[in-house]
Ligand binder design. Structure first.
Ligand code: G3P
Ligand code: MG
Length: 245
């Protein structure tokens, strides 16, 4: 493989699954990622009103299901009546939203590793409820599923570190704040996940000097990342892993 592509499949993460070809954050999307040769997937997790951890990106159902309304008005039993596939394509009709434990089981069967992006929403009762729930699910995941945890919320990552210092943590940013190295050290995180448009050779140099991994999201054009692999880019999070594999 040339220096203008990822060095290994481990550097390519399927964003919400292979969400270019299947409905995001559903088992169908993660199966598609597996079929494309991905070894890692990224998913989003948040809590329902009853504390159930559900795999979904938005704080409402409206965009990615046939339901309406905020997650904060739902309980686990509501998940069974929702169709999370038809909005994408009729061939995915009946695809369900999954709880985090259900999804971890499915990923175990597919042999996939997972970047769990924890979403912090206003309806969550507390940071402790959110992080302890995710931690409990991860502790009970199938063996063989490797995990990293990412979040736009540094407090969330700090809480996960307190629960288990061995977690691999990644701070998410759209743009880097000036004091990004201090903020990463305060978590402490071993990686940053940065919007691909904010990536630069300078960032990669400073990350390397500080022993940090840099991955970028959400990039669906390998040509845009090509110059950065040789400079130390650690991974890409993409809707379309087949483009990078
Ligand atoms: O983990 C990278 C990416 O998922 C962050 O943004 O909004 O797609 O969850 P978003
Ligand atoms: Mg995400």
């Amino acid at each position: 493989m040339s220096n203008h592509q990822p060095r290994s499949t481990g550097e390519v993460q399927a964003h919400r699954g292979a969400s270019a070809v299947a409905p995001e954050n559903t088992i169908a999307a993660f199966r598609a990622a597996h079929d494309q040769g991905a070894r890692w997937v990224e998913l989003d997790v948040a809590l329902l009103a009853d504390g159930t951890p559900v795999v979904i990106h938005d704080v409402t159902l409206d965009r990615t299901t046939n339901g309406k309304g905020p997650l904060g008005q739902l309980v686990a039993a509501d998940l069974t009546r929702l169709d999370a596939g038809s909005w994408f394509d009729p061939q995915f009709a009946g695809e369900k939203l999954s709880t985090l434990p259900q999804m971890l089981e499915a990923l175990g069967e597919l042999g996939l590793n997972v970047n769990v992006e924890i979403k912090q929403h206003e309806h969550h009762k507390s940071l402790a409820q959110l992080t302890e729930t995710v931690h409990h699910c991860l502790q009970n995941r199938p063996s063989g599923v490797d995990v990293m945890i990412s979040s736009f919320d540094a407090e969330c990552l700090k809480a996960m570190h307190r629960l288990d210092p061995s977690y691999e943590l990644a701070m998410l940013w759209s743009e880097l704040p000036p004091d990004w190295l201090d903020r990463v050290a305060a978590i402490p995180a071993g990686a940053i996940h940065l919007h691909y448009r904010a990536l630069s050779f300078n960032v990669l140099d400073r990350a390397r000097e500080n022993g940090l991994i840099v991955r970028c999201w959400t990039c669906n054009d390998p040509a845009q990342m090509a110059p950065f692999w040789e400079a130390g880019l650690g991974g890409v999070i993409t809707d379309d892993p087949r483009l990078f594999l």
